[in-house]
Design a protein around this ligand. Structure first.
Ligand code: PMP
Length: 306
């Protein structure tokens, strides 16, 4: 974190090391907070840092806040502006990850959502690859279930719900896997710990629908659009059974941090022929071009820090 010089905290941009909260903070004690995660990609030709789809990230951030009964004095536009100002001050010339957080900020005891002050903080850190991105990932089917919409909605990026993701991730890593797929209470595959999931069967791209206890990923939305418009693929959003992860032709996971991560085995059974499939490869390459601002028609997704 030593390279992070500034943070947005309690309504102002201040030195990062001054942005501190009490150990009695509600959001810290009860998980009554929600966050976002954006990437900034350094473009060396243009000598500029580009943030990928900030308005879409902040629209989802505002909806997560709404689920937690927060009424933030912000809009996606104002949060994007603050992020650009912050990144400009930090003067990054490399890829970064931006972490906005909204949290119940009062110090004290008493679990609830109402009658509490809400605050927003934002900071950025240098960020490269997350997880296995070059070779295929080996994943397991977690024995933990995904949080349900009637428990802690996965649709909101709610801090408390990440205890579920953390249980899943640590057990997967300790068992020797790179990541896990998680079943929801209906026994359908929902997503990974911080990634959505896609499979290819007979040339059709399939991903769980938004009512299958998933976070509505910005990368997911991007991949669906690229698959339809640029690859001319049929894309189906529907529930995915556990065994389909084994019998499908291709499997990959998507997220802002993970980008497009190919999965080559599930519980020691190879996916397809155990190598990255052609559709995954094309989508992964195209996504990489798009986020780096190298595809003209999608340049409106890349917002320059200036
Ligand atoms: N699911 C979960 C649980 C996540 O935490 C993330 C990461 N934000 C994703 C999916 C992917 O979402 P996005 O593409 O918007 O980063």
């Amino acid at each position: 974190m030593e390279q992070t010089t500034h943070a947005y905290f309690e309504g102002k941009i201040i030195p990062f090391t001054d942005a501190k909260i009490s150990i009695a903070t509600h959001g810290l004690n009860y998980g009554t907070a929600a966050f976002g995660g954006l990437r900034g990609y350094w473009n060396d030709d243009k000598k500029k840092l580009f943030i990928f789809r900030p308005m879409d990230h902040y629209r989802r951030f505002m909806l997560s806040a709404k689920i937690l009964a927060m009424d933030l004095p912000h809009t996606p536009e104002s949060l994007t502006r603050i992020t650009l100002d912050l990144l400009k001050l930090d003067n990054w010339q490399q890829d970064v990850y931006v972490r906005p957080l909204c949290y119940k900020a009062d110090a004290g005891i008493g679990v609830r959502l109402h009658d509490l002050r809400d605050e927003v903080s934002i900071f950025a850190i240098p960020f490269g690859a997350y997880g296995k991105n070059e070779d295929g990932a080996h994943v397991t089917m977690s024995s933990w279930r995904r949080v349900d919409d009637n428990v802690i909605p996965a649709r909101g990026k709610i801090s408390g719900a990440y205890a579920n993701s953390a249980l899943i991730k640590t057990d997967a890593i300790k068992a020797g896997f790179d990541e896990a797929l998680v079943l929801d209470h209906n026994g359908h595959i929902s997503e990974g710990t911080a990634m959505n999931v896609f499979m290819v069967r007979d040339g059709v791209l399939i991903t769980p629908s938004v009512s299958d206890n998933i976070l509505e990923g910005i990368t997911r939305r991007t991949i669906i659009e690229l698959a339809k418009k640029d690859l001319g693929l049929e894309v189906v959003e529907r529930s995915i059974d556990r065994t389909e992860a084994i019998v499908c032709d291709e499997l990959f996971m998507t997220g802002t941090a993970a980008q497009v991560m190919v999965v080559t085995s599930v519980d020691h059974r190879s996916v397809g022929d155990g190598k990255m499939g052609p559709i995954t490869a094309r989508l992964r390459d195209l996504f990489n071009e798009v986020v780096h601002g190298r595809v003209e028609k999608y340049n409106h997704w890349n917002v320059a820090v200036e």
